[in-house]
Design a protein around this ligand. Structure first.
Ligand code: NCD
Ligand code: ZN
Length: 347
């Protein structure tokens, strides 16, 4: 008997679509999602409501009419962000969240926050208005080992900010550790996105037997015990955990370099990979919660009405290894196993 699973249309609560030729090249690969929270780390970053609205319009224009994706925009928090601008952009329905990057933590984060006291006013206004704050949860202190930066962030930044700002609704983005899982599972007013690739790879995939730049992303994949904790969290049915692919395309030239940049491009094959992961965990009945229900509930939105279907076939689904992007190519994330789950859209 053919195995299949029907889900409400999934949402992607953390997505990089870039701009210009890269946006044109990658947007359609997320076209089958319902909604996506669009990251604002363009160069220069998206810091005003007007910039977010213009970027939203460029994204819409890059999507074919039959595609279902609706971009949900975010503002990039800087030390000079005016609380009134954030409130206005939210009240006008332009933005759904604000993104906080510690300065220097990841790709295009130079304009992020150094001194967290400087954003206190914005965070208080957001708490009052119920606007979610999405955190890149890593400290940037060079003295902290890169594999410990998420755990250090929880103690040094996240927990103090949450205590100082009651009611602030936060999303710990792309958690990679059991420390992240435990912190989120033990608290309220907090959610966490988990990426597809962090359910599949650990740090050996990046570093053992040769350095594999297409598995390098931030936060960097950790040791196997952490990957297993993420798989337990994602498949637990706990509504605090939901899908944010963090699909983050870079030109191959920029990744296969002496100083390669961080990011995995997982948009094309994410749903096939997730079906396989949930099947392995005996949790296919919880896939819909993770991809289509929990995130919407956190963002106080209705789940999508329409459905997609995933069907397990004998022959693996064919995904491109690379896609063209202007004069460049972008490598599609290789999970390292055949993908028997085929996406049927509509269901
Ligand atoms: C992201 C990017 O390339 O914009 N990279 C990544 O490795 N995830 C930035 C981010 O989300 O940290
Ligand atoms: Zn990201």
């Amino acid at each position: 008997m053919t195995k299949s699973v029907t889900l409400r249309r999934p949402d992607d609560w953390h997505l990089h679509l870039r701009d210009g030729a890269m946006l044109q090249a990658v947007a359609s690969f997320s076209g089958h999602f319902g909604r996506a929270i669009i990251m604002p780390n363009l160069v220069p970053p998206v810091v005003t409501g007007a910039q977010a609205a213009a970027y939203r319009d460029r994204i819409r224009a890059a999507l074919a009419p039959e595609m279902t994706l609706r971009p949900l925009m975010t503002l990039y928090l800087t030390e000079t962000t005016d609380p009134a601008d954030v409130l206005a952009a939210h009240a006008q329905g332009i933005i759904s969240a604000v993104k906080l990057y510690p300065a220097g933590a990841t790709t295009n984060s130079a304009s992020g926050v150094r001194d967290f006291d400087k954003v206190r006013g914005v965070l208080e206004a957001m708490a009052q208005a119920g606007i979610p704050l999405c955190f890149h949860g890593e400290v940037t202190d060079p003295a902290v080992d890169i594999f410990d930066r998420e755990a250090a962030f929880i103690d040094r930044v996240l927990d103090p900010i949450r205590r100082a700002t009651p009611g602030l609704r936060v999303v710990m983005e792309h958690i990679t550790t059991s420390d992240g899982v435990d912190y989120v599972a033990g608290n309220d007013d907090i959610g966490a996105t988990i990426t597809t690739h962090h359910l599949v790879i650990n740090r050996n995939h990046i570093l053992a037997g040769g350095i594999r730049p297409h598995y390098y992303c931030l936060p960097v994949a950790k040791r196997e015990t952490h990957r297993l904790a993420l798989r337990r969290a994602a498949t637990s049915g706990d509504a605090r955990f939901f899908l944010g692919t963090d699909s983050a395309p870079h030109p191959d030239r920029a990744k296969e370099s002496a100083c390669g940049c961080a990011g995995c491009f997982t948009a094309p094959n994410t749903m096939s990979i997730l079906a396989q992961v949930f099947e392995e965990e005996g949790a296919l009945d919880r896939l819909e919660g993770f991809t289509s229900l929990h995130g919407a509930a956190f963002y106080r939105m209705e789940p999508n009405e329409d459905r997609i279907r995933l069907v397990r076939r004998e022959i693996p689904a064919a995904y491109p290894t690379h896609i063209p992007a202007g004069d460049e190519t972008v490598t599609v994330f290789d999970p390292g196993f055949p993908l028997y789950w085929h996406l049927e859209d509509p269901a």
